[in-house]
Design a protein around this ligand. Structure first.
Ligand SMILES: Nc1ncnc2c1ncn2[C@@H]1O[C@H](COP(=O)(O)OP(=O)(O)OP(=O)(O)O)[C@@H](O)[C@H]1O
Ligand SMILES: [Mg+2]
Length: 401
């Protein structure tokens, strides 16, 4: 049975980073964010990370979410005009239907005289329940009477507090379990030597092996088998992908056996895997992980060779679909890889083009003529990417050295 999962269906932002204003409707299950360097792909993903930071069960909240980004002046668009409120307005719906939630959060630095502190305050926080007919029922509309009676309350969202989010806990849990992933293989391989601080949500994958280790054995084995299958289409010499615990140190490890001239094959642990193999293992793991909230992937093409990247969109789709209990989690991917988008099977609806300008970036979906070319069998790489590149064909990057 297909269990209906929540997904982001519309995103609207105002004064967010390098976007003065942007709106994306009908957000697909697999989204590709395209744009040249510094277009705002990571900034766009950061909208969802911000909502996650508001709602996450450990250490969440408006103050921390703003502070960890260097304060409101780093978040607010430098191109903002008179209206300086930062705003996120997002719809989250169940499956393909209209029913779900609408959440709006606006915040700003209090105007002089309003309050002594320069801490950001909410300018509005609105929650609407959306019915199957698309009709909205309002559940929260701040500032409310309580805020008027006590200014300090506006430093916190109702989303971040368990005693105020009761009526929309499902939405808070959904935001709180959004995952962001930008695995840096070196941090995973040499974590012990680097002994760096692992960030709260481990975006760079240092704690990935612990994640694998703390998964119940049956589930772990089943996921690893699927990953092994997917990997074999790319690394044919690979025979067996296993989880092991070091007998002496007790540390968790992954082990691969490779076909080899020796009869028992050659075994390797994760510190010997290639960067690309490691990134793929972590990526395929996350695609299968429990939880239905979106997965945000930064440039999954990194350290993979072009042939593999060509198959990546197909692999993401199949691993995602194999997840047994639901229709698969929503995936939002930032990329500038030509190869990744060279699969003509990529759903054009999922493409979001980010276009920079002197006045901040804007977002758009594929236009009519691009749609026609895609329907005729061309790939997004051929049709959409040339426009998304900062350097046109024949132009060269000039460096004054
Ligand atoms: N508050 C802000 N106002 C205006 N611009 C900003 C703000 N914050 C960040 N930027 C700019 O936004 C630009 C886009 O950054 P972002 O990291 O999202 O790009 P990207 O598309 O992910 O690029 P890459 O492909 O290099 O990763 C950067 O040049 C950055 O200086
Ligand atoms: Mg980026």
């Amino acid at each position: 049975m297909r269990v209906s999962t929540l997904r982001i269906s519309r995103i609207e932002i105002k004064n967010w980073r390098n976007f003065r204003g942007a709106r994306v409707s009908n957000v697909s299950d697999i989204v590709y964010l395209l744009g040249p360097n510094a277009a705002g792909k990571s900034n766009f993903l950061d909208v969802m990370r911000f909502l996650r930071d508001l709602a996450k069960s450990k250490g969440g909240g408006l103050q921390e979410a703003v502070e960890s980004r260097g304060g409101i002046s780093k978040i607010r668009c430098l191109h903002a005009r008179k209206d300086t409120e930062v705003l996120i307005d997002i719809d989250v719906t169940e499956g393909d239907g209209l029913a779900g939630w609408n959440y709006i959060i606006g915040f700003n630095i209090p105007s002089a005289g309003f309050e002594k502190s320069r801490r950001p305050i909410i300018t509005r926080e609105i929650v609407n329940r959306i019915g199957i007919d698309g009709e909205k029922t309002n559940l929260l509309n701040r500032p409310n009477a309580e805020d008027d009676a006590d200014d300090a309350q506006r430093q916190q969202t109702y989303l971040e507090q368990v005693n105020t989010n009761k009526k929309f806990r499902e939405l808070a849990d959904f935001f709180g379990s959004i995952t962001y992933y930008h695995l840096v293989p070196q941090l995973l391989k040499f974590g012990d030597e680097i002994s760096g601080r692992i960030l709260d949500d481990d975006p760079f994958g240092q704690g990935f092996l612990l994640r694998v280790s703390s998964t119940p054995e049956r589930q772990r084995n089943s996921r690893l088998r699927k990953i092994e299958k997917a990997l074999q289409s790319i690394v044919p010499q690979l025979e067996d992908l296993k989880f092991i615990q070091d007998e002496i140190t007790g540390r968790p490890h992954l082990e691969i056996r490779f076909k080899h001239h020796r009869p028992q094959g050659a075994k390797q642990r994760e510190d010997q895997f290639s960067d690309g193999t490691l990134r793929l293992i972590a990526l395929f793991w996350l695609l299968q992980e429990a939880g239905d909230a979106p997965l945000l992937l930064e440039e999954p093409e990194l350290s993979l060779n072009e042939e593999v990247v060509r198959q990546l969109s197909y692999l993401i789709e199949t691993v995602r679909r194999r997840k047994s209990s639901s229709s698969g989690r929503q995936v939002l991917i930032s990329t500038h890889s030509y190869a990744l988008l060279s699969n003509p099977g990529i759903d054009a609806d999922g493409i979001i083009v980010i276009e920079p300008s002197d006045n901040g970036s804007t977002t758009r979906k594929v236009n009519k003529s691009e749609q026609a070319a895609l329907s005729a069998g061309l790939s997004p790489a051929e049709v959409v990417l040339p426009h998304a590149r900062s350097l046109g064909i024949g132009m060269q990057l000039k460096l004054d050295l």
